[in-house]
Unconditional design. Structure first.
Length: 326
């Protein structure tokens, strides 16, 4: 029988396993002269770090990204990595990015948003529909930095989701503040109070989107859609806590957690994945989106041919790129 980890008399470095979507870093020596390793999500390199508290005995434990875990002093946290099974365990020094959440003077921030903008939905079932797009920062399948693309799970992303310096982007401390910002973007373009539609996208929005945010958006009259890679769970709760439209875009090499929804949109072709693999999933609509890039015309022809032979699938194009709109 394994004995419980003893409380160290002085801080000691922890041995941490690598985790998908993360890298191992080492903090500068602390007051005791000890360097502490830490796990951080891809895409937040360059931030300053400071101590926080998480369970002892983390060596060899499985890590996964959490957002806004509940039940710990009522605080909400931004995206970072902590061990599973945190509840009720003793604590020891660890390190997270300053400005996301800390036990010191840093400000608690719930949502990091790259940009907010109003446009027409360019692809999928809602093509042509006016919507506010809320692009969240960060993704669990690629850091967003070109230097990491070759080693990423998703290597063909064409979106800038790094940071929070885009139009109307920023750090939003509460779901109400973010929902008000989304409403403000909508109200700048139209005086209509009906037809409010917001698309939560990224990056990977489900690293940050939670039930309180969805509830706040519903309270402001929005129908709420999400565009996700399907590797993170959806918000749950009452109908007001749940999303109105779920669009999943699977990526080869990434296991799906979300296996039912309104729309499955597969970028095509992808090496190592075939559309037929997804036809048994509980989605109302199946779309093929030709992969952009230097082979776009060839990929479009392949997608057209596949849809003609397999009528379960419909073709969708990124019309916003052809129209020159966001």
């Amino acid at each position: 029988m394994k004995s419980r980890a003893k409380t160290p008399s002085s801080p000691r470095p922890q041995r941490l396993r690598q985790h998908a979507g993360c890298r191992l870093g080492t903090l500068e020596s602390d007051r005791e002269g000890v360097q502490h390793p830490f796990l951080i999500p891809r895409g937040i390199s360059g931030r300053r770090f400071e101590p926080f508290l998480i369970p002892r005995g983390i060596s060899g434990r499985r890590f996964e990204p959490f957002l806004n875990p509940r039940g710990i002093r009522g605080r909400t946290w931004g995206p970072f990595l902590i061990p599973r099974g945190i509840a009720g365990r003793p604590v020891a020094p660890f390190w997270i990015p300053r400005g996301i959440h800390s036990s010191g003077s840093a400000t608690a921030v719930s949502y990091f948003v790259k940009e907010l903008f109003y446009t027409l939905q360019g692809e999928g079932f809602h093509t042509g529909r006016a919507a506010v797009f809320c692009r969240f920062s960060g993704c669990n399948l690629w850091s967003g930095h070109e230097a990491d693309r070759a080693k990423a799970v998703c290597r063909f992303c064409d979106t800038d989701f790094v940071g929070h310096n885009g139009p109307s982007g920023g750090k939003f401390a509460t779901p109400d503040v973010l929902a008000d910002a989304i409403l403000s973007v909508f109200a700048k373009h139209t005086s209509h109070t009906s037809g409010r539609f917001v698309v939560l996208t990224g990056g990977e929005p489900l690293l940050q989107v939670d039930a309180p945010l969805v509830r706040c958006l519903h309270a402001r009259g929005f129908r709420v859609a999400v565009e996700t890679n399907g590797t993170r769970p959806l918000p749950t709760g009452t109908p007001l806590d749940c999303l109105d439209w779920v669009c999943v875009s699977p990526k080869a090499g990434a296991d799906l957690v979300v296996t039912k929804g309104d729309e499955l949109k597969l970028v095509f072709p992808q090496e190592g994945v075939l559309p037929a693999e997804y036809e048994g999933l509980a989605f109302a609509h199946f779309f093929l989106s030709p992969m952009d890039g230097p082979n776009r015309e060839k990929n479009t022809a392949l997608a057209i041919a596949y849809c003609l032979k397999n009528p379960t699938w419909r073709l969708t194009l990124q019309t916003h790129k052809y129209l020159g709109i966001p």
